[in-house]
Ligand binder design. Structure first.
Ligand code: SF4
Length: 578
């Protein structure tokens, strides 16, 4: 640590950060952004300043997509490889970047000026093909735009702005102007116990997809001695989801107000928004909003003269889908690898720093101000018997009006297709790759917990799309995002991926279909968390509903095709060819 640059960096940047474990991701981000990688000397420095071992720091760096021990280029470019990006011209964009930069994906230019990489969904499925360059979003890319973007970067100019929030339809709950002060005043007229009862009476269920009753979750948490913590899960990583981006861009105050309501009900003093790394570009504005709330006395010590003291800070992820799982999110917030914990104990009992913690989806929290302001009965009058209120949907793919829509629970898929002007639809993925794939015989099915629950993603595929390519893209995603802890999830998803390659290449046989079904079943029943348990869904559901797409590709009368070249198949998989 003897260069002038290192010393200045330590003094100015690290000096302002508290060097303890739960801050590790923030510290590593500061180093990664300054040097474009994590130099070994900083790992030794951190070891000398904290209780962390070098092994522990290396294991954290290796876990997250955006940290690297090797230089990622002064301009680090990440291309979105999600299925919607593929559908909107990803390959041409990748080629354009490679041509303009003279490097391939995964490489850094010789002068270190550019690094070109891929990443899975970056929350921009409605405006792809997209890229993140030095944390900024570049949307609706074309090969011509790429040329301009690279030319600008070469002369150190950046022509980016925030992506569009793309809110196409808001309803009675979201994107309203919630009056923070009057909502808090109204809340303070009820005791924390009464607020829990109000939320229970409203019937609000978690919007992450599983639908656990919010009030009941809080009640469980309150049974355990404090201090308690509130987390807003802003790690929407399910490919095809982007509604939290819109909430954070247009309704950040409502999100924070929701966290305050949860904090009051739980008698917590601290709340954290866990923000996915792909939304780094929102960080400044979010911090400004928090500061304004503090200045107005709406956040911090004894809010509005009450006995309620509560503050919120933001924890930034570093690129790991699995951190959307609540216990993995907590591990990550503690500065560790975001691996899911064994449960029980559940986070409501042993959560952040070993304390009772609730992790609520950001959308779930955004419902709370309306419930407090307008009452539980009003909220419960919306929706269906078991799904109260409305749902935010991120709709993308083959339709003319992709974007964010608020719909009442109970809305049919048919209504949604009409709403977004979708034509010649072949299939709809409800809830991202781990959700449900439905066909056109199921268009009267309803968006609700009783029928089609969803965290929010709806991806539409028209008849020109190859179902096997879609499944392959989802399979790539699960293979990449498996944290590797469970062998069936780690190895099984690779096996599924290889067999899919074989079938897509026309070298599959009937036995292969049996093999991927069996593998998907084993992964589902032996995996520790939701990722593994649902990673076989695209295979199982496409085989069930679009079996003919597989049958057309396999040789039914052969047991084995000797010329199948596994190595070649893997090479192509690595290159992302389909
Ligand atoms: Fe990790 Fe997969 Fe196991 Fe989940 S199921 S803990 S993602 S290996």
């Amino acid at each position: 640590m003897d260069t002038i640059r290192d010393q200045a960096f330590i003094k100015e940047r690290l000096g302002s950060l508290k060097l303890y474990t739960s801050n590790l991701l923030k510290i590593l981000w500061a180093i990664q952004d300054e040097y474009r990688y994590i130099p070994q000397r900083f790992i030794h420095y951190l070891c000398s300043q904290t209780e962390l071992t070098a092994e522990a720091i290396y294991s954290v760096i290796s876990f997250y997509h955006y940290f690297s021990l090797e230089h990622r280029g002064d301009n680090t470019i990440y291309l979105d490889t999600s299925i919607t990006a593929e559908m909107s011209g990803y390959k041409a964009i990748r080629k354009a970047f490679e041509q303009q930069l003279g490097i391939k994906v995964g490489e850094v230019s010789s002068c270190m000026q550019f690094g070109l990489f891929e990443t899975s969904c970056m929350g921009l499925a409605d405006q792809g093909p997209a890229a993140l360059i030095n944390h900024q979003a570049y949307t609706n890319l074309t090969p011509e735009k790429v040329k301009q973007v690279v030319a600008d970067l070469m002369i150190c100019q950046s022509s980016t702005s925030l992506p569009a929030s793309n809110i196409r339809q808001s309803g009675p709950i979201f994107f309203q102007t919630n009056k923070t002060k009057s909502t808090l005043k109204k809340m303070f007229k009820s005791t924390p116990e009464q607020v829990v009862e109000i939320i229970k009476a409203s019937g609000l269920r978690g919007r992450g997809g599983a639908g656990f009753p919010t009030g009941t979750k809080w009640e469980f948490c309150r049974q355990h001695e404090g201090p308690r913590y509130v987390f807003a899960n802003g790690d929407e990583g399910e490919p095809g989801t982007f509604k939290d981006r819109a909430l954070l861009m247009k309704s950040a105050k409502t999100v924070f107000l929701g966290m305050m309501i949860a904090g009051y009900a739980l008698q917590a003093m601290r709340g954290f928004l866990y923000l996915r790394a792909e939304y780094f570009y929102l960080l400044n504005d979010l911090n400004k909003t928090l500061n304004k709330l503090r200045q107005k006395g709406l956040l911090g010590h004894q809010i509005l003269g009450s006995n309620f003291t509560f503050d919120i800070s933001i924890k930034l992820g570093a690129g790991a889908y699995i951190c959307g799982e609540e216990s993995a999110l907590i591990e990550s917030a503690e500065g560790k690898r975001g691996e899911p914990r064994n449960r029980p104990p559940f986070p409501v009992e042993v959560g952040y720093l070993g304390r009772p913690t609730t992790v609520n989806n950001l959308e779930t929290l955004s419902n709370l101000p309306s419930i407090i302001a307008r009452g539980a009965n009003w909220f419960a009058s919306l929706g269906t018997t078991e799904s109260k209120g409305t749902k935010l949907l991120s709709i993308a793919g083959d339709c003319n009006k992709p974007g964010v829509y608020e719909v009442e629970f109970g809305t049919t898929v048919n209504d949604i297709l009409a709403m977004v002007d979708a034509k010649n639809t072949q299939a709809i993925q409800v809830g991202g790759p781990s959700g449900k794939l439905i066909n056109t015989q199921e268009l009267e099915r309803k968006i609700c917990f009783e029928d089609l629950p969803t965290g929010g993603a709806i991806t539409i595929f028209n008849t020109s799309r190859d179902i096997l390519n879609i499944v392959k893209n989802y399979s790539n995603f699960f293979m990449e995002e498996s944290c590797g802890f469970c062998v069936p999830c780690r190895a099984g998803n690779v096996i599924i991926n290889e067999v899919l390659d074989k079938i897509i290449e026309g070298k599959g046989v009937a036995r292969d279909l049996e093999q991927i079904k069996e593998t998907a079943k084993v992964i589902a029943i032996t995996s520790r968390c939701g990722l593994g348990q649902t990673s076989g869904n695209p295979i199982m559901q496409s085989l069930d509903k679009f079996g003919h797409c597989y049958q057309q590709r396999i040789s039914k009368d052969m047991e084995f095709i000797s010329e199948f070249d596994l190595q070649e198949s893997l090479r192509k998989a690595r290159e992302g060819l389909s």
